[in-house]
Design a protein around this ligand. Structure first.
Ligand code: NAP
Length: 289
């Protein structure tokens, strides 16, 4: 990877990167990643591609033909993209979703950095020791899959998954059964699970802008010394986190996960440490009203 000194310079050697999704214009990834290139002096540029589901194979052909070095993948393509890649990293295969592609001279390799990004953020910002902990995960969608997989690697005592559609929680628990003690429960059993939990994580979209007064769970069910964690970063402090903080809990928002999933992707593409603090500063500034 060539360094060209501070600042993004676009010339004949510029390496191309981007994110695909639908919708995509709200994405903070381009400002975050371009700041990372600028900060490290890497001659790269990162943009957002609005790609519809019927053009996924065309997109992959374009990445190979144009030599686009790296791509992030977001909603709704994290599953579909897997069928057009040449290789999928073992953990991404177990998770069943890819959010990062590395183009190794025309071979497209898929990774998942969502779960490891989340766990790095949780450990750095809220709870450094996850071994032996009782963890409740609310939600069983795409983001929950990567997170439960990464949490399972931390040797928790138990992971309990609750979801509106309980069969989706059961399916997730079943698919990752080999990794840790993982149980699925219905929302009716959620209160009892929260009362015992050391960490309660919201992976649903409940509470996300513009529905900022919604919350997925009554924070008074949590132990006062528990960690309340939310994947949402818009708003930075959801109602769930505000209520939990008032109740005495330690709180952890979704911004760190976003930064670190991007940091890991940057590291896969460039082989260099990501400037995570600068990336966070840029995203945070863009989220201020
Ligand atoms: P997803 O695959 O669509 O899953 C959505 C989840 O939310 C499902 O479990 C769904 O339950 C549940 N849900 C949605 N509306 C609900 C409601 N009204 N009541 C109860 N449950 C509801 O989405 P995702 O990709 O996993 O994303 C989930 C959240 O994580 C989003 O807020 C997203 O912004 C956030 N996220 C953050 C980051 C980050 O970097 N910080 C990264 C990825 C995602 P059902 O199964 O019953 O439908």
């Amino acid at each position: 990877m060539t360094n060209v000194g501070a600042g993004n310079r676009i010339d004949s050697n510029t390496l191309l990167f981007g994110v695909i999704g639908n919708p995509i214009r709200h994405s903070k990834s381009p400002i975050m990643m371009n700041r990372a290139f600028q900060e490290t002096g890497i001659n790269g540029v990162y943009t957002a591609f609005h790609v519809t589901s019927d053009r996924i194979a065309d997109f992959a052909a374009g990445v190979r033909a144009m030599g686009i070095r790296g791509v992030n993948v977001t909603i709704p393509h994290k599953l579909d993209i897997m069928s057009v890649l040449d290789e999928i990293d073992a953990s991404a295969r177990t998770i069943g979703a890819v959010n990062t592609i590395v183009n190794e001279e025309g071979r497209l390799i898929g990774y998942n950095t969502d779960g490891i990004g989340y766990v790095r953020s949780l450990k750095e910002e809220a709870e450094s020791e996850l071994a032996g902990k009782k963890i409740v995960v609310i939600g069983a969608g795409g983001a929950a899959r990567g997170i439960v997989y990464a949490l399972a690697n931390e040797k928790p005592e138990r992971i309990t998954i609750a979801n509106r559609s309980v069969e989706r929680a059961s399916e997730l628990a079943r698919s990752l059964q080999a990794e840790a003690d993982i149980q699925a429960i219905s929302n009716e059993e959620l209160q009892a699970a929260c009362e015992e939990a050391d960490i309660v994580i919201n992976t649903t979209s409940v509470g996300m802008f513009p529905n900022t007064e919604d919350t997925p769970v009554d924070a008074s069910w949590l132990k006062p010394d528990a960690v309340a964690s939310d994947l949402i970063y818009n708003p930075l402090k959801t109602k769930f986190l505000r209520d939990a903080e008032e109740h005495g809990c330690r709180i952890h928002g979704g911004l760190g996960m976003f930064i670190y999933q991007g940091a890991y992707a940057f590291e896969y593409w460039t082989g260099q440490p990501a400037p995570a603090a600068a990336m966070r500063e840029t995203v945070l500034a863009s989220l201020q009203p």
